[in-house]
Design a protein around this ligand. Structure first.
Ligand SMILES: [Zn+2]
Ligand SMILES: [Zn+2]
Length: 306
């Protein structure tokens, strides 16, 4: 469970983009109970487990889109309460809302019917949008968008992960070895446009519940939010969730700059979680901010790996 990054972490990784992004996330995660994460810079809520509206309170009016990873109860249970509160509390009740979900997910479809049955005429425009891997969601910021990728979690249906990407400019490969003065010279000759290329930089990746995410979806990302349900591989009965070690390995291979581990199982004690995560991170040689959420107790700050 978590709400905000503890101050201790700021000293160690001063002002990195990854740290700023981690600081912009509010959320809660307890396997089989509730998972949701709100990324404030893009007004985007990833999943909507129970308790999301009571925790966010009037910040629910900041949310412009909800991206559902899959239709399990601990990820969609908070949708009705969220919508009812948003339709009737003190805030901009007319602000449109889009809810994206894996196309064809039966649980989400039942949720849509339920919501339409009891919230017949919401004061805001509510759009439900079924997505398939590779689909793209435009964001109001011109240089940002979201795309989705398939994850390994549900056997008979699709589950999705989401990536927030930023389109940036960089020097074309063939000019990267030039000195500053040579670059200025070439710009005069052929123009800035000719020397640069655009690329899409992954800022934040939310995998939802999943086995280890394939590296190519994560490569070069600033921040990764990865399933870490199990401390020990022998506790896993089915191939539907990742272990802490697997999540850390994905982060290491992909070269991400910040990692948030979530969906930890309630079977583990705090001391055990702390110990295993610290050992795994230190063994991996990862030198990035790693934060995680305790699955038991009252909502508290994010925990950091020392
Ligand atoms: Zn779950
Ligand atoms: Zn699930």
């Amino acid at each position: 469970m978590l709400t905000r990054l503890p101050p201790g972490l700021n000293n160690e990784f001063i002002m990195s983009l990854a740290l700023n992004l981690l600081n912009s996330i509010e959320g809660y995660s307890r396997a089989k109970y509730s998972t949701w994460f709100y990324f404030r810079p893009d007004n985007t809520l990833f999943d909507a487990g129970e308790g999301v509206s009571t925790t966010l309170s009037n910040r629910i009016y900041g949310v412009e889109r909800i991206l559902i990873s899959h239709g399990h109860g601990d990820h969609i249970g908070g949708i009705p309460g969220f919508l009812f509160s948003r339709a009737s509390s003190m805030g901009d009740v007319e602000k449109p809302l889009e809810i994206c979900y894996p196309k064809g997910d039966r649980n989400v479809q039942k949720m849509i019917s339920y919501v339409q049955g009891i919230l017949r005429d919401p004061p805001f425009e509510l759009t439900w949008r079924g997505l398939s891997p590779g689909d793209r969601i435009e964001l109001p910021a011109e240089n940002r968008f979201i795309d989705c990728f398939p994850t390994e979690h549900i056997r008979s249906g699709i589950s999705l992960g989401y990536r927030i990407l930023e389109t940036r400019n960089r020097l074309r490969h063939e000019y990267r070895d030039l000195s500053q003065s040579e670059i200025v010279e070439r710009i005069r000759e052929i123009g800035r446009q000719e020397m640069s290329e655009t690329y899409d930089k992954p800022l934040l990746i939310y995998g939802g519940d999943s086995m280890p995410i394939p590296t190519h979806y994560v490569e070069g990302a600033e921040v990764l939010l990865h399933d870490a349900t199990f401390l020990f591989p022998e506790d896993r009965q089915e191939k539907t969730h990742a272990t802490v070690e697997e999540a850390v390995e994905v982060a290491r291979k992909a070269g991400v700059k910040g990692l948030l581990l979530f969906h930890l199982s309630t079977r583990y004690r705090r001391s055990e979680i702390r110990k295993v995560i610290q050992e795994v991170v230190s063994r991996s040689g990862l030198k990035i901010p790693v934060v995680y959420s305790f699955p038991r107790g009252l909502p508290t700050n994010l925990q950091t790996v020392d």
